[in-house]
Design a protein around this ligand. Structure first.
Ligand code: FES
Length: 509
């Protein structure tokens, strides 16, 4: 890799580039299994590991390659410090449930550590303190309030006036004894162990529906069927909604990571600021050197400025605060947030207790994904889990954020209508290489991308989920939907649901 301080031309996640994962076949027949898991990220793989250890027959399918979704693109902090959340949880759920939330995260951390110990996994796991910091007067009192919530919940912590990282800080809230690791080095061993215990894995196999008879049956895009006793939807956005109305109960956001080397030695710790735009910092080990992971710049999927601008903002921040000696990787991730900020983990609806969802991790997938795997596998194994009720998707909490969700849905309606009317008049002939535009072809709103070799790819921009219009994401070269976050490659293939079908291709004359 060239040694450069410039932004890499193509996105690539360090985690995926530093581990080689085995390949698995595509499903080409109908099969029967006990538990079918859809989605090969931390939730699906951990659940497969836990269930196969207990002798269950498990099959896992993924629409793409294993660990190529959010888990392959995370910051991989293993922490109960999920931003400023505990005061809010106490207000909305009460002290006992807020305490359960913290305990669930710490149990997930313990489960990860026990698994590392059991299999002697070399995954750069390290205990680190986690900090929320602020350089804004208006957030200093919020951190004080959050500290009081920590005290009520007996969370080991300290309010500080500085942090180990050399950045301007007015106040910092430290949560002691959190951790970080290389998620793919860890999960690769779980895959190996689960396969030894009989797990079957199929990649490039997309689930599109569930049929019911006596048992649930997953239907794949190629119309093969997986008949089973239980389905675990660990696919980020549930592909099967069961009238649980998930698109109206969650919103998607994208965020960005740059991985750089600096001339400074990393002082330890994991950091996130309280204010916007988000700035999160941790380091990892790359061939014995510190690789600094700087992330943030969240925004609603498919909306806002050119996505390359978000990478540039992180680059400027990294350069100003730490000085970049080498810009090694850049990548982005998508996360879903629920109405009350607590993930939805459990039966997809009250009446369907053999089809599970695990979603809405709000960027904290290492702990939330592990909690989900444990709650759902305990349920299948008929074991009690003290956290199941807190996360149950059918809960209803009267929350001030309901108003925010009403406006989110208004936002969806706005995009549904406005997207159909707006398009740029760019002439496709004038399009530069590696750029895209939206135009009209035979009256239809059409997205056109020109690749490096001047080959054109044209797609109908109507999203296959509920018909909003997708927008170009220049940082990742994808078409992203502003309504519920579906994402498509420039050829129109689905990268991220809830859409299940590719965009229609358009013939250019
Ligand atoms: Fe719902 Fe596109 S993701 S309309």
């Amino acid at each position: 890799m060239a040694n450069s301080v410039n932004i890499p031309q193509f996105p690539q996640a360090f985690w995926r580039d530093s581990v080689s994962l085995p390949d698995f076949p595509k499903l080409n027949e109908s099969i029967r299994t006990e538990v079918a898991i859809v989605g090969g990220g931390i939730t699906g793989i951990t659940a497969a590991y836990l269930l196969t250890r207990q002798g269950m027959k498990v099959t896992l399918i993924d629409a793409s390659d294993l660990l190529n979704g959010v888990t392959g693109h995370t910051t991989a902090k293993i922490t109960a410090q999920h931003g400023i959340i505990y005061d809010e949880l106490i207000q909305h759920f009460g002290k006992d449930k807020a305490s359960l939330y913290y305990q669930a995260c710490m149990d997930a951390k313990q489960l990860i550590e026990d698994t590392i110990q059991t299999h002697q996994i070399d995954c750069d796991h390290r205990q680190e303190d986690a900090y929320i910091f602020t350089n804004s007067d208006s957030y200093v009192s919020q951190l004080e309030t959050e500290k009081k919530a920590y005290e009520q919940l007996d969370i080991p912590s300290e309010l500080t006036s500085s942090v180990p990282l050399d950045i301007p800080v007015k106040s910092g809230l430290r949560m002691d004894n959190q951790a970080q690791f290389h998620p793919l080095k860890y999960l690769k061993v779980l895959v190996d162990e689960a396969v030894k215990n009989g797990l079957d894995i199929y990649e490039q196999t997309t689930a599109v529906d569930i049929e019911y008879n006596k048992h649930p049956t997953i239907v794949t895009r190629e119309e093969h069927r997986i008949n089973c006793n239980y389905v675990i939807q660990a696919s980020h956005y549930p592909f099967y909604d069961g009238e649980g109305f998930y698109p109206t109960r969650m919103y998607p956001e994208r965020s960005y990571i740059v991985a750089v080397k600096t001339s400074e030695t990393y002082p330890g710790g994991m950091y996130i600021n309280a204010e916007s735009p988000t700035r999160s910092v941790r380091s990892t080990n790359m061939n014995g050197e510190d690789l600094w992971l700087i992330s943030g710049e969240n925004h609603k999927t498919g909306q806002g400025k050119s996505t390359m601008k978000h990478y540039e903002a992180l680059q400027q921040y990294a350069e100003k605060q730490f000085g970049i000696s080498e810009f090694v990787y850049r990548w982005s991730a998508q996360d879903l947030t629920t109405m009350d900020k607590v993930p939805y983990i459990g039966p997809v609806t009250k009446n369907e207790d053999n089809v599970f969802v695990a979603t809405g991790y709000r960027k904290w997938g290492m702990t939330n994904g592990t909690i989900a795997a444990k709650i759902i596998s305990d349920r299948i194994l008929d074991e009690d889990n003290p956290y199941a009720e807190l996360y149950v998707p059918s809960r209803f909490q009267a929350d001030p954020d309901v108003r925010k969700f009403t406006s989110m849905n208004a936002d969806v309606a706005k995009h549904m209508i406005r997207g159909k009317l707006e398009y740029t008049n760019d002439n496709v002939k004038d399009l530069s290489a590696d750029d895209a535009t939206v135009t009209r072809v035979n009256g239809k709103r059409t997205g056109v991308y020109k690749d490096q070799d001047h080959q054109l790819y044209a797609v109908d921009t109507t999203c296959k989920h509920l018909g909003c219009e997708v927008n170009w994401n220049s940082g990742d070269r994808t078409w992203d939907c502003p309504c519920h976050g579906s994402r498509y490659s420039y050829t129109g293939e689905v990268i991220e649901g809830p859409a299940k079908e590719p965009l229609n291709k358009v013939e250019l004359e």
